[in-house]
Write a protein that binds this ligand. Structure first.
Ligand code: DAH
Length: 339
């Protein structure tokens, strides 16, 4: 029995030395010290040992067990230490290594131009107003005095969700929302996305941005409108820029005008940019129609106002001399980085 115990001790030690992974240690432990383990079996056979030998064998068996346990736990510790050292070595950061270049983005040219326009209007006392892109037909057309047969209401021009809901085709519905929600004096601009059924090409996009303007108060004149837009034009395109109003028709303004600025490239002499005319159209404007004021709960006998709307992309294209509107939406850094 003594020899058996000695032998168990020797072979187990060898097995422990050879083990390289944690679960191997566990297997060895169970195989020797577990319920059905070899050492346990030997101890179970103690009954057959003579009474005087029994304490000696018992003592030896206990020593063997303790020795195996100590040996096991030492080896486990050793392996844990090795694994930790390996992990630390692998995780070591070489602070002298060159870093990865993080690409720094750039402001989108539309954002830059929009911020510039916002600043000009904020400087004149305007506030920024916002409205939803998914709009009701009422706010987008009816409240703005657009007749039922107006071409812009056509299914081929506007994205409808159903008979009452659409993707706004203009920022003008924000005028309606603002007037309904607040009393005059009102002085707001409202930039935002608009949508129209359009085949994308160099000058058209089904999604684009407008900036709406609205001023409502007492005794507002067309001269106030012209003065405001004159300041905008001079600040945007240079101090020598002149503005010209051409009669036009919008359902929500009366009278209405389209506004041109002198070509900032040729100064009005005529070039390829202005198609030899010396003038470039930049926006639509007019005096708010009394019907629109009344629909929005403002008494047209007491108050009046002016409104205007411009395409952000158009202004940016002119200012930055970009020849294709689609470039704005591709997010190609080679384009964006140029501005
Ligand atoms: N909503 C017009 C459009 O999309 C632009 C416009 C013209 C807005 C005249 C106005 C305005 O507020 O008074 O073409």
């Amino acid at each position: 029995m003594k020899e058996k115990l000695q032998q168990i001790l020797e072979t187990t030690k060898k097995e422990i030395e050879a083990a390289k992974e944690m679960d191997q240690f566990e297997k060895i432990r169970v195989g020797i010290l577990g319920k059905k383990g070899e050492l346990t079996k030997v101890l179970r056979g103690m009954g057959k040992v003579s009474t005087e030998e029994r304490p000696k064998i018992g003592k030896l068996a206990n020593e063997v067990r303790t020795e195996i346990e100590t040996y096991l736990s030492k080896s486990i510790e050793g392996l844990k230490k090795k694994e930790k050292e390996l992990r630390i070595a692998m995780e070591t950061i070489d602070v002298t290594m060159p870093g990865n270049d993080n690409m720094l983005g750039k402001r989108h040219p539309l954002t830059t131009v929009l911020d510039e326009i916002k600043e000009i209007f904020i400087g004149m006392g305007f506030k920024i107003a916002e409205g939803p892109e998914v709009e009701t037909v009422y706010h987008n057309f009816d409240a703005l005095n657009a007749p039922q047969n107006h071409p812009s209401r056509d299914l081929s021009d506007t994205f409808y969700f159903n008979a009452d809901l659409l993707l706004r085709t203009q920022t003008s519905p924000v005028q309606v929302r603002t007037m309904k929600a607040s009393d005059p004096p009102i002085k707001i601009i409202s930039p935002g996305r608009c949508f129209r059924v359009d085949e994308p090409d160099a000058t058209h996009s089904p999604m684009f941005n407008q900036i709406e303007g609205l001023v409502v108060g007492k005794d507002i004149t067309m001269g106030d409108l012209k003065g405001t837009l004159d300041i905008l034009a001079k600040r945007l395109f240079g101090p020598d820029t002149k503005t010209k109003f051409r009669p036009h028709d919008f359902p929500f303004t009366e009278p209405s005008a389209e506004v041109d600025v002198t070509c900032f490239k040729c100064g009005g002499k005529g070039c390829s940019m202005c198609k030899k005319s010396g003038w470039i159209e930049i926006l639509g404007a007019g005096m708010v129609h009394p019907k629109v004021l009344a629909e929005c709960g403002i008494d047209p006998e007491v108050y009046n106002g002016f409104a205007f709307g411009m395409g952000l992309e158009r202004i940016a294209i002119l200012k930055l001399e970009i020849d294709d509107i689609r470039l704005f939406y591709e997010n190609d850094m080679r384009f964006i980085e140029q501005f």
